[in-house]
Design a protein around this ligand. Structure first.
Ligand code: UDX
Length: 439
């Protein structure tokens, strides 16, 4: 099939790559000429393992094409994906202006039946709104062309986007006609994944509810970790014991300094804003958001208490991205931590394998190291913010000789606490007894 994907961001590029990989001909439409030029040369505007190689292959075999103008290719495509951004507005609601503009363009240029698929994460009810916008554009042209509005949310994890796009655990499709169902079944024919057909609104809610539930698991364990910390209980063992119950499951129960990234914080804000607008408060979700807002602060107070003061202390901040295997620093805990340390007059040396350049733009005056060990030089304390492999694998025995004081605060519980204690470190994690009584 021939497909157009409007918006070459993270979701659009990955979606285009996945469909092209399964033999469809995909035209990715992007407004930004610079981005387009790079993509044509197989240069991604973000870091994602394995993606550039596949991009190169698909461009070479002619399945993946990039274009600046929807009007030039629209007649060749039966299915049009909208994958533009939906950033948060100051009141938490999702900004739909890019989605609306894409819809207007489609209405302006389409000449025959199209399946118009919204993949951008949009508030419940957006499908109906977009339907009206396209119809209004067609009316302006005195055209009565049929189309189906379809919702097909994405569940991509950064760092594993390719795997998630090529082998999704489920494909959710919200549509209202048999024709749309048929077209979408054909589109996903080569994917070996279960398809859930729902109404458009249900599909939109599935996306928000999934992210809200995952964030709930994280905030649940993070809040519990604060209590564990106080009463000498090891939250890692608690999560392990809980996770073996298949009704609970082990995933997303890793206590830490809070969730970040481009999805969870934004989507939770958007769902809360919708609930408020509908005068039906979501109390659990509000608490999830509140716990996440305060988790980094709670951790930093622990650090401050252990060190006595942060004034003039040299702190090594290891990890800047919101999670490993990405260069994304959106809503990353590292930003809150750097802010806190600067407010408390500490000196910072930061290290990250991928995110340094992005953070430099926000905090140009702090020091940045090229290797983890360089960051540790004469530091009074180490803060582990992101669990990158190269950070976990630091030779902590050797590191002790480089540090000024052997203090390690592990915001991701990624090191072995008893091993660190044996090496003579003052080691604190999130919800693990600082002197591990189990050893
Ligand atoms: C998430 C969803 O997983 C994905 O399905 C959706 O499409 C987009 O949002 P992503 O933001 O890439 O994906 O990252 P994810 O792996 O879900 O992690 C989100 C945040 O939660 C990270 O900051 C991570 O560090 C944190 N996290 C995750 C925890 O703190 N504890 C956990 O146990 C799991």
């Amino acid at each position: 099939m021939n497909i157009a994907v409007i918006g070459a961001g993270y979701v659009g590029t990955t979606t285009g790559v996945a469909f092209a990989n399964y033999g469809h001909k995909v035209f990715v439409i992007e407004q930004d000429q610079e981005k387009l030029k790079k993509l044509r040369k197989s240069i991604l505007p973000f870091y994602e393992e394995g993606m550039e190689e596949l991009l190169k292959k698909l461009i070479a075999n002619g399945n993946l094409l990039f274009s600046h103008h929807l009007e030039e290719i629209i007649d060749q495509c039966e299915i049009l994906f909208i994958t533009v951004g939906t950033p948060s507005l100051p009141n938490g609601e999702a900004d739909l202006s890019y989605v609306e503009e894409a819809a207007r363009q489609i209405g302006r240029w389409m000449n025959e039946y199209k399946g118009i698929v919204i993949k951008s994460t949009v508030p419940i009810g957006t499908g109906e709104k977009i339907n009206k916008i396209i119809k209004a554009e067609l009316k302006k042209r005195n055209e009565e062309i049929s189309f189906d509005l379809i919702s097909n949310p994405e569940f991509l994890r950064e760092g594993k986007a390719l795997q998630d796009a090529l082998y999704p655990e489920r494909i959710v499709i919200g549509c209202e006609t048999e024709k749309a169902q048929k077209v979408m079944k054909e589109l996903y024919k080569e994917f070996n994944s279960p398809i859930v057909f729902t109404t458009i609104k249900d599909a939109e809610m599935i996306k928000y509810a999934s992210n809200a539930f995952l964030a709930t698991k994280i905030s649940f364990i993070n809040e519990l970790a604060r209590l564990c910390d106080k009463i000498g209980v090891n939250v890692i063992q608690v999560a392990k014991g809980m996770g073996l119950d298949s009704r609970i499951g082990p995933q997303f129960l890793q206590a830490g300094i809070g969730y970040g990234g481009s999805c969870f914080p934004k989507d939770i804000k958007a769902l809360l804003a919708l609930a408020t607008a509908e005068k039906t408060p979501l109390q659990i979700l509000q608490a999830v958001s509140d716990v996440n807002q305060t988790q980094t602060q709670w951790f930093m107070e622990k650090v401050k208490k252990a060190l006595g003061t942060l004034t003039d202390k040299r702190i090594a901040v290891l990890g800047l991205t919101f999670k490993p295997q990405t260069d994304d620093i959106r809503e990353a805990s590292s930003l809150k931590i750097i802010h806190y340390l600067l407010q408390n007059n500490a000196y910072i040396t930061a290290y990250d394998p991928q995110g340094t350049e992005h953070v430099k733009k926000i905090y140009p005056t702090i020091s940045y190291a090229k290797t983890p060990l360089e960051a540790l030089k004469e530091a009074d304390a180490v803060l582990i913010v992101t669990e990158w492999k190269e950070i976990i694998e630091i030779d902590w025995q050797k590191a002790k000789n480089i540090l000024s004081q052997p203090f390690v605060f592990d915001g991701r519980n990624c090191l072995n606490s008893s091993a660190m204690h044996k090496l003579g470190y003052h080691y604190e994690g999130v919800g693990i007894p600082s002197i591990d009584e189990s050893t």
